[in-house]
Design a protein around this ligand. Structure first.
Ligand SMILES: [Zn+2]
Length: 220
């Protein structure tokens, strides 16, 4: 007998009504999104394997927020910080430390503001630089865990930030681009998606982000 086993991702979205959105500054309609991978036979879902995503989303600004972990099914009543902002800042500081450019604090702050419209404070930057310098956690593991709370917009902005800080700190070589691809992989997006984001950022003139190349050459 021929039996076809496999794994399938099932995405569920349900409306949860009006909630205050910290980005929009007023009540907006929200959805709850849950993605689960299932063990399948002949394409039929049998057993849930893993919850891949679980977040709420403002339908107006399209930002993802945490559901309230203390009460599954209810929601964070503040929704003040989209879930991708903290990982985006961590990636900026991680890469800037990696290129030895962390003294240019204004660069990460400028990219953060241009990509996600959130401030990256001096204190936050110093704390993240310290974390990155200690090198205690694997950045790809960190992104894999963070991915379950992110929607596509959040993932896109994290990749934009990763590309821009790389572009600002070096003439991009194979290993630099590979690092961005690995970050995209940890976030669960395709290489094509990463490429399309980078093409989009290039088409926008890299948002006018200044470069601090070690060789002082300003060609791109
Ligand atoms: Zn909103």
């Amino acid at each position: 007998m021929f039996i076809l086993f496999g794994e399938k991702i099932h995405s569920e979205s349900c409306t949860v009504g009006l909630l205050p959105c910290g980005v929009c500054g007023q009540e907006r309609p929200f959805d709850k999104i849950v993605e689960t991978s299932y063990f399948c036979i002949f394409g039929l879902r049998l057993l849930p394997i893993e919850k891949l995503a679980n977040y709420s989303q403002c339908n107006h600004c399209n930002n993802a927020f945490d559901t309230d972990a203390s009460d599954a099914g209810s929601f964070n009543t503040k929704n003040d910080l989209p879930t991708h902002i903290v990982p985006l800042k961590r990636i900026l500081s991680y890469l800037q430390v990696g290129y030895g450019m962390q003294t240019h604090r204004d660069l990460a702050q400028d990219i953060c503001l241009k990509v996600c419209s959130f401030e990256y404070s001096d204190d936050e930057f110093s704390r993240d630089v310290l974390l990155a310098s200690q090198g205690k956690s694997d950045i790809y593991d960190y992104l894999k865990i963070a991915a379950s709370r992110l929607n596509m917009r959040g993932k896109q902005e994290i990749i934009e930030a990763a590309f821009l800080i790389t572009h600002a700190c070096c003439e991009i070589q194979y290993e630099d681009r590979l690092r961005i691809n690995l970050m995209g992989n940890a976030l669960g997006v395709s290489l094509e998606f990463v490429s399309s984001i980078i093409d989009h950022v290039h088409a926008q003139g890299c948002y006018g982000v200044r470069r601090i190349l070690p060789t002082k050459t300003q060609t791109s």
